[in-house]
Design a protein around this ligand. Structure first.
Ligand SMILES: O=C(O)CCC(=O)C(=O)O
Ligand SMILES: [Fe+2]
Length: 313
């Protein structure tokens, strides 16, 4: 492993949140560097209330421990609404591999549009709903602050990305990777989550201490994104890659099964940010010059997502 491979950057967000203009510029410059070299970084002091994070993890554990028939009562229906429960091996993030050894529950911020899909909540679990909804709200606040930093990093008006995300077309995903049985062998290359890139603009990823998340460097080496307590992992997705004309990466990542953590549960929570469906995704002016000519025509965020989904399924 090279020196660089060992160091997914850690960025302290505290100075940005406190608002000193010089400190904001410094944090923005760190995010620019990390997003262009890695497409991944750890964010410390991200501003999420610690209680909200631990309640969301507890809610997730309680939900996945429910009997299967309750989980199936809120089963995921279709890609259009993309909410509810997805059982073990139902999904393949890497289509060339068998189903992922995980289960998931998707929820989204409530859409102001009355015709939009609604979240699926299990009956008689009021605390689950309450904690997930609080966590969703806190994730939106945090994501908006990160998006503001990205705007500073790319010499855009502060609200450039936040305005393009103000309909909150995001998805929250609680993930549970069950313990693998004694003697388990990954016969056809199964993993907890196959190698993939995320589709949207940015992802906030909260992980417990089990480990297993791995990130592919630009040199093609897989390195571990070891859990660091008190941080959230941020990565940039395919849409941000396109929007920034490849200045920011969309980096493949996967969840492997470390031997030491094979027989224990792993829980993580991902918050996938997507711009408004009608947002115009056109090369950002500071992301092109003679050596990096514009690579793509403009596209709406909704159309980009459809193309990305059609390429996968
Ligand atoms: O569980 C994790 O740590 C990563 C999950 C992930 O990358 C995803 O669901 O897109
Ligand atoms: Fe991912």
């Amino acid at each position: 492993m090279s020196e660089q491979a060992l160091s997914i950057p850690i960025i302290d967000f505290g100075p940005f949140i406190q608002g000193d203009p010089t400190a904001r510029q410094q944090v923005a410059a760190q995010m620019r560097e990390a997003s262009s070299q890695w497409g991944f970084f750890y964010l410390a002091n991200c501003g999420m209330p610690q209680g909200s994070v631990s309640e969301a993890f507890q809610a997730s554990k309680d939900f996945f421990a429910l009997p299967d028939e309750i989980k199936q009562s809120v089963a995921w229906q279709n890609a259009q609404s993309n909410r509810g429960y997805v059982g073990v091996r139902r999904e393949r993030l890497d289509p060339s591999k068998p189903g992922d050894l995980k289960e998931a529950f998707n929820a989204a911020p409530e859409d102001r549009d009355a015709s939009a899909a609604r979240n699926l909540w299990p009956a008689d679990q009021p605390e689950f709903r309450e904690h997930v909804e609080t966590f969703l709200t806190d994730c939106i606040t945090t994501a908006d602050r990160i998006l503001e930093t990205f705007a500073v990093a790319l010499d855009q008006p502060d609200n450039f990305f936040v305005n393009a995300h103000d309909l909150h077309h995001h998805t929250l995903r609680l993930l549970h990777y069950p313990p693998l049985p004694e003697g388990f062998v990954a016969e056809q290359g199964e993993s907890r989550a196959g190698a993939h890139t995320d589709y949207g603009s940015i992802t906030l990823l909260f992980q417990d201490d089990a480990g297993g998340l791995e990130v592919c460097t630009r040199q093609g080496e897989w390195v571990q994104a070891t859990p660091i307590p008190g941080t959230v992992v941020i990565n940039t997705g395919d849409l941000m890659h396109r929007w920034t004309n490849h200045v920011f990466c969309s980096t493949p990542h996967r969840v492997n099964v470390p031997k030491a953590a094979m027989h224990r549960h792993r829980y993580s929570i991902a918050f996938f940010c997507h711009p408004n469906k009608n947002a115009n995704i056109e090369c950002i002016d500071s992301c092109t010059d003679a050596s990096n000519p514009v690579r793509y025509p403009p596209i709406s965020a909704g159309e980009h997502l459809l193309q990305r989904l059609n390429a996968t399924y």
